[in-house]
Design a binder for this molecule. Structure first.
Ligand SMILES: C[S@@+](CC[C@H](N)C(=O)[O-])C[C@H]1O[C@@H](n2cnc3c(N)ncnc32)[C@H](O)[C@@H]1O
Length: 299
């Protein structure tokens, strides 16, 4: 491993635990079904995740120290999945992380893995448009695991349009509520643009905000101003409804993940693009069970 990728927390382990369980159950379920199974990791990283953890001194001697723990990231989890995927596409734009991915792929000789260098939105949209998913009997999973607000709505649409891909989307809930200032006067052009890009619409500007009842001060001047009335729960439900406009199969209620200070961080959505009943049932039975059962943070 030639490049350490420090990110995440125990919540990240939980997220990757869900992914690992889903990939395995999905691969087993489709094993004898005469489909090519593709896994697309849109934000693949290095293939590994390194975290620093504080360890207690032994028997009260010495000071607290810190250890580094490296565990498989999403790319290695996919490469380890049995039965193997027919195709694993790992998308990354950072050159040093790509070097890490190359090393990861070498560790799994015989795996049908390819690295796609570039912007995740461009690459995923190209891949989605490239195949005739149904006539080529292809099915698969896309993992969208950005740091923040990098995924454009066009990418979501492209995935949904395949009607063949399931999507795990680590949706940047905190990016939304931080950028959507409570006071709309504080919304600047870059925040508006970022929100529009992620949500694919500007309707949030009217739906999340409300004008107050008209009130007048002692001089007869109108007082009070518009405020965002959508809290985190409402924003999350709104996002789910928005995803449901694209994903014809279904969009499960997401799993909320939190920062260490307790603030909401992200919503892990699971969406099925295939509208056929059997496909929806298979995918949601597996994902629903995994999300409901939960994963302990140290899997
Ligand atoms: C949260 S990390 C992904 C971690 C990875 N899924 C794992 O489990 O190991 C996000 C990754 O996305 C990459 N990235 C960020 N923006 C990107 C973009 N627009 N296109 C491609 N990769 C991007 C970053 O370099 C980083 O490696």
């Amino acid at each position: 491993m030639n490049q350490r990728h420090y990110f995440g927390s125990s919540e990240t382990e939980r997220k990757l635990g869900y992914l690992r369980e889903y990939l395995t159950a999905y691969s087993v379920a489709l094993k004898n079904k005469n489909f090519s199974r593709i896994y697309i990791d849109a934000f693949a990283g290095t293939g590994s995740r390194t975290e620093t953890r504080a360890v207690l001194p032994i028997m009260g001697e010495g000071e607290d120290s810190v250890v580094e723990i490296t565990t498989p990231g999403s790319a290695r989890i996919a490469l380890e999945t049995k039965p193997e995927f027919s195709l694993v596409l790992l998308v990354e734009r950072d050159q040093t992380r790509i070097a890490g991915l190359r090393a990861a792929v070498k560790d799994y000789p015989g795996s049908r893995a390819h690295i796609r260098e570039g912007d995740a939105n461009d690459v995923v949209q190209r891949i989605c448009a490239r195949y005739s998913w149904h006539s080529e009997r292809m099915r698969g999973i896309v993992f969208l695991d950005p740091y923040g607000m990098e995924v454009s709505w066009q990418t979501v649409q492209a995935i949904a349009k395949t009607e063949a891909l399931d999507c795990w989307y680590f949706f940047p809930l905190s990016g939304l509520y931080r950028n959507a200032a409570r006071d709309p006067a504080k919304l600047d052009a870059s925040k508006i643009e970022a929100l529009n890009r992620v949500l694919g619409t500007d309707s949030w500007r009217t739906e999340w905000y409300e004008e107050p009842e008209p009130q007048y001060d002692m001089f007869g001047e109108l007082i009070g101003s518009a405020r965002r009335v959508y809290d985190v729960d409402k924003i999350e439900a709104w996002v789910r409804a928005r995803l449901q406009t694209e994903f014809k199969g279904c969009v499960l209620k997401p799993k909320r993940l939190y920062h260490s200070n307790g603030a909401p961080m992200a919503s892990l959505f699971f969406a099925v693009s295939n509208p056929h009943k059997a496909a929806v049932k298979l995918a949601t039975d597996i994902a629903g069970h995994i999300l409901k059962a939960g994963i302990s943070s140290h899997v």
